[in-house]
Design a protein around this ligand. Structure first.
Ligand SMILES: *[C@@H]1O[C@H](CO)[C@@H](O)[C@H](O)[C@H]1NC(C)=O
Length: 356
């Protein structure tokens, strides 16, 4: 064979390999899916949240805690300013976000908050706020104590560990312990970008406590949102590229055993759990390709999915709200309190609606 022939054959093979990978990637990200809007009553934008509201979680007495301003590799961001945290009193009709003051001694300039979780100490009712933080692209977890009278949080501790290399979201299970998802397998930024091309279930969930840190579940294409059932006996993980929510049983030694998975047909991001009903509420990307390659003329849409009775043989998967990007783009979380639904996004606005 001439050298030219060899080059031609090798490039054809590489082309086929990459071509197949791209087809797989397009399937994983639901590249060309279009959505038909299905709205709810009384939806309006929450004024003051313009740079994303990646995660939203609501305290039992109706105070929502929100992380904003995320900068994440490969994702759009409309602001150069550091990330911030806000609260909203859901009993106040004005739905006004108030910035959470962060006590002295914490580096605000590099604050880049992502997934959040709250933990309420049963003994003294102290509220702890756990926040995934990516200062300068790093991956760590910050633990704060919430001082409600002052609308502030006091920094207690930064957790870093080699197993916590690409943390996306966390669920706190003690005052210093949590489960965390890694959304990538590689820690290196260049390899992270190539990783979706391999399309392999290499991601995991890590348990962290001051005494012990270990991988407790693996086999996820990209482990994103994580939360627990109200009785804390199950952990739910959103495998965003596999379009599934996985339910895992918590063992005595903190390891997680997969029980079942529920297909959702969308790229679901964060998981919120209604503490009264146990229903799962998911903020999902109907079209991940449009989130990754942002074009304001052809914006990503938004899908809110509710899973009822996840432990029964046939859980109900309800599409509660859908938008084609004209109202809200790239939604990452859906949080309910009484009949209110708050929808947050990776880099755009937030919306509040009434449930029917
Ligand atoms: C979204 O749907 C609305 C209402 O059906 C339509 O007017 C609008 O052009 C659509 N926008 C996009 C970006 O597809």
């Amino acid at each position: 064979m001439s050298k030219l022939m060899i080059v031609a054959v090798v490039s054809a093979l590489v082309g086929v390999f990459l071509g197949e990978r791209l087809v797989a990637l397009r399937r994983m990200t639901l590249a060309s899916r279009e959505v038909v809007p299905n709205h709810l009553p009384n939806c309006h934008h929450i004024k003051g949240l313009e740079y994303g509201s990646e995660d939203i979680t609501v305290l039992p007495h109706g105070v929502a805690i929100i992380s904003t301003g995320l900068k994440y590799p490969g994702m759009m961001s409309f602001s150069d300013a550091p990330g911030k945290m806000y609260t909203i009193d859901l009993y106040d009709q004005r739905m006004k976000p108030v910035e959470l003051r962060i006590g002295r001694g914490f580096n605000l300039d590099s604050f880049n908050p992502h997934g959040i979780s709250i933990y309420i100490d049963e003994k003294d009712h102290s509220v702890y706020v756990f926040v995934v933080n990516h200062p300068h692209g790093k991956s760590q977890v910050e633990i704060f104590r919430f001082v409600e009278e002052e609308n502030s949080i006091v920094h207690l501790k930064t957790v870093q560990h080699e197993l916590l290399h690409s943390v996306n979201d966390i669920v706190a299970v003690g005052t210093e312990s949590f489960y965390a998802t890694n959304d990538h397998y590689f820690a290196n930024d260049f390899l992270k970008h190539l990783e979706p091309l391999f399309g392999q279930p290499w991601c995991n969930v890590v348990f962290y406590s001051p005494e012990e840190v270990k991988v407790v579940a693996s086999g996820f294409y990209s482990a994103n949102g994580i939360n627990s059932s109200p009785d804390r006996r199950h952990i739910y993980v959103a495998d965003v590229y596999d379009h599934k929510i996985v339910s895992l049983a918590v063992q005595e030694n903190k390891e997680l055993t997969p029980v079942k998975s529920v297909a959702v047909g969308s790229l679901c991001d964060n998981i919120e759990v209604d503490r009264n009903t146990g229903d799962l509420w998911l903020g999902c990307h109907p079209n991940g390709w449009k989130v990754a390659f942002y074009n304001p003329e052809d914006p990503p849409g938004c899908e809110v999915i509710q899973i009822q009775n996840i432990h029964l043989e046939k859980p109900a998967v309800n599409h509660v709200y859908t938008d084609n990007g004209s109202v809200i783009q790239g939604c990452s979380v859906a949080s309910v309190y009484r009949n209110k639904l708050l929808i947050g996004t990776v880099f755009q606005k937030a919306v509040s609606c009434d449930l029917k």
